[in-house]
Design a protein around this ligand. Structure first.
Ligand code: PEP
Length: 250
């Protein structure tokens, strides 16, 4: 089964009402490959604005994070139900900035993912190793540990609503993109893990995105690899070249 190419734009804590309107306008007016599923993830304050301004059929809005409790005394957090209530269908979870800066463990990320799926959201679930872990030869072991925590909480059909994003921490926002070989090797290992620990169907059908300094120039070569099914893009998703990345297969 062919996997539909998927490109996510993670705006992180960037943007203003004006700049987000302008990015959305750019996407509305662009010629986007209709075979690509696109999500953009503005800061939570601007989710509704982006949602209201978007008029492109294959572009959806995603949160960057969600909490795993239904409601209550959790100052500063947003629930799955609140995202659903606002018409948001996606959330990113487990981004390395949340894992490293905000201290989210593999188990917390898995628990949030389960809560998001239970509440009807789809999830871009991120994993990735640090430079130290890569240089120590531990890349695959780190990724497998992150995946194992997720697989312990998620069963069969729930995987249909997960897109995996492999994002080596040393490549995020650094301008140091992984080589196509480095990315393909980890993507193949992720698929192998899914085949061995979940099912053949989930291994064949799950989209695995690469993220980390993707831009308009390097996207085409990465997109050719057998197990690279799209991208999660940070910095370049705020720029016009995001359209080139979406169209990297044309
Ligand atoms: C990201 O934040 O998910 C990311 C991949 O960032 P960048 O593209 O800027 O490296």
């Amino acid at each position: 089964m062919a996997r539909k190419f998927f490109v996510g734009g993670n705006f992180k804590m960037n943007g203003t009402k004006e700049s987000i309107k302008s990015i959305v306008k750019g996407l509305n007016e662009a010629q986007l490959d209709s075979n690509v599923e696109v999500v953009i993830a503005p800061p939570s304050l601007y989710l509704q604005l982006a949602q209201d301004q978007l008029s492109k059929a294959n572009v959806e809005v995603s949160a960057q994070n969600v909490y795993d409790k239904p409601n209550g005394a959790y100052t500063g957090e947003i629930s799955v139900a609140q995202l659903k209530d606002s018409g948001i269908k996606w959330t990113i979870l487990g981004h390395s900035e949340r894992r490293t800066i905000l201290g989210e463990s593999d188990e917390v990320v898995a628990s949030k993912t389960k809560a998001a799926l239970d509440g009807g959201l789809s999830v871009v679930w991120c994993c990735g190793e640090s430079l130290e872990e890569r240089e120590g030869g531990n890349t695959i072991a780190v990724i497998e540990k992150q995946l194992a925590a997720l697989a312990a909480k998620i069963s069969g059909d729930e995987w249909k609503k997960i897109v995996v994003a492999y994002e080596p921490i040393w490549a995020i926002g650094t301008g140091k993109v992984a080589t196509v070989q480095q990315a393909q090797e980890v993507h193949a290992a992720i698929r192998k893990f899914l085949r061995a620990n979940v099912s053949e169907a989930v291994a064949d059908e799950t989209r695995i995105l690469y993220g980390g300094s993707v831009n308009g120039k390097n996207c085409k070569d990465l997109a050719k690899e057998a197990d690279i099914d799209g991208f999660l893009v940070g910095g370049a998703s705020l720029k016009p070249e995001f359209v080139e990345i979406i169209n990297s297969n044309l």
